[in-house]
Design a protein around this ligand. Structure first.
Ligand code: GAP
Length: 438
């Protein structure tokens, strides 16, 4: 992980937020390569979930919502972690922090930071939602929350989408957006952060068909992760046991990836029953039932949710892609991204800065740039330029040499095999198009 974090900074994938001020705890910024990588993840998700299907509509709900939403959802009362404070050093810990010796609140308990005994308080519940105030008066009546999940924006809009899109149940609503959680134990780089992006889809089904739809979505979502090129042996399902199930869930599976710090969730698939719509119906006083004309019956739909973290999937791709190889006595660092998600698709290099090569290379660069993100580099030895592109995960490098100028062909070097093909200039776009598809 340390090597990956350092590569991410060096190459412009991810920077610490407000770094010149010492950083802000577990908040990260995406640099030029990182923003492309994450955008590719989100675009691929949107294509698979919205554009490729007839039964899912897109939505972009606001981050700020009516505070009653979070009472109805159960977040005001239940989105909490038990915490203990050290009265001596003022540090705060989760009550189940394995570093704590003894029982918090008792004289034997020892603070894991300052080592004092008997200074840890009894566990107190701490809500993970960020609060702010709407309007000029900072009092309790003006409190609003930064949403801790995007899902609720979908539930409260479900009838709007249904009535404006002419969908019928079963159908889904998909959304990508920021969520915020005042996590007490954030960490592992962009794995658990306080501000992150979710890619969530809520699928509304007739009660009784929920188990069948749940199984379908579970399988489809695993296929989606596999198609990103992730090592199949590093992906698995983990079913929630009774003690892990969220208050809204009848059944839940995590899709997990084996990170250097262990197997961890990258996406959750939940059977949320009619809990959410039932609660919003109760708290808002508005009927949220669906009328099935064909069967002439009314019911509150059940919801199957698929909820993935865009940042977590991005981290997974970087971890999965990172490798070091020994090539001619040197260490070659490669991010072996699937070409479809690589931030830069091709490097374009003149072999030397003379004999018409830079001019032709610039022409090739501009022609390719109209179609895909490409990078022009004419500085340093060609081997160094290849290595820089390997570290950025760029799948192809196009080199313009003497033969390009005289014979109209270029070399295309493949990142993973390091093999080179000679390709006619007028075939280059088609050649790259074929190899980038997927
Ligand atoms: N709407 C359901 C929900 O939010 P969740 O399991 O709490 O369920 C879903 O979160 C996904 O959101 C996780 O699988 C993870 O990918 C991402 N996620 C949750 N908390 C996160 C955090 N603090 N930092 C980054 N990603 C997070």
């Amino acid at each position: 992980m340390d090597k990956l974090v350092s590569l991410a900074k060096r190459r412009g994938f991810v920077f610490q937020s407000s770094e010149i001020y010492g950083g802000l705890g577990s908040v990260w910024d995406y640099g030029p390569l990182g923003v492309e990588l994450k955008k590719n993840v989100k675009d691929r998700w949107w294509r698979a979930m919205v554009h490729a299907r007839d039964d899912i509509e897109g939505l972009d709900a606001a981050i700020l919502m009516h505070p009653k939403v979070w009472e109805a959802s159960g977040h005001v009362a239940g989105f909490t972690d038990p915490l203990v404070d050290c009265k001596h050093c003022k540090n705060r810990f989760r009550a189940d922090d394995p570093r704590i010796k003894g029982t918090p609140g008792q004289p034997d308990a020892q603070c894991p930071v300052c080592g004092s005994k008997g200074t840890l308080t009894e566990p107190r519940l701490f809500n993970l939602m960020f609060k702010t105030f709407m309007g000029p008066v900072e009092d309790q009546a003006a409190v609003v929350y930064l949403r801790p999940e995007t899902a609720q924006g979908i539930y409260v809009n479900y009838l709007n989408v249904l009535n404006s899109s002419r969908q019928r149940i079963p159908f889904g609503i998909a959304q990508i957006g920021k969520a915020f959680r005042n996590e007490i134990t954030p960490g592992n780089f962009i794995f658990r952060t306080r501000e992150f992006e979710q890619m969530e889809m809520q699928f509304f089904v007739k009660p009784g068909s929920d188990v069948e739809w749940f199984e379908r979505w579970r399988a489809w979502r695993m296929e989606w992760h596999q198609a990103l090129g992730l090592a199949p042996a590093k992906l698995r399902f983990h079913q929630h046991g009774p003690s892990e199930l969220a208050h809204y869930a009848k059944d839940a599976f995590d899709i997990q990836y084996e990170f250097p710090f262990g197997w961890q969730e990258i996406e959750g698939v939940h059977n949320r029953t009619d809990f959410d719509l039932g609660r919003h119906q109760q708290y808002s006083g508005k009927k949220l039932e669906y009328f099935d004309q064909a069967a002439n019956e009314r019911y509150l739909p059940y919801i199957v949710e698929t909820s993935a973290g865009a940042d977590r999937v991005t981290l997974t791709l970087m971890v999965d892609a990172y490798r070091e190889e020994q090539v001619e006595g040197e260490t070659r660092v490669v991010l072996g991204f699937h070409p479809a998600i690589a931030p830069i698709k091709a490097g374009v290099f003149p072999l030397v800065k003379k004999d018409g090569m830079p001019e032709l290379a610039t022409e090739v660069y501009h022609a390719l740039k109209r179609r895909v993100p490409v990078f022009y580099d004419d500085s340093g030895a060609i081997g160094r330029r290849y290595r820089r592109m390997d570290e950025a995960g760029t799948p192809f490098c196009v080199t313009i040499d003497g033969e390009s100028v005289s014979g109209g062909t270029v070399t295309v070097r493949h990142r993973d095999s390091m093999n080179q093909d000679r390709v006619a200039l007028d075939q280059l776009e088609a050649y790259l198009g074929d190899h980038l598809a997927g």
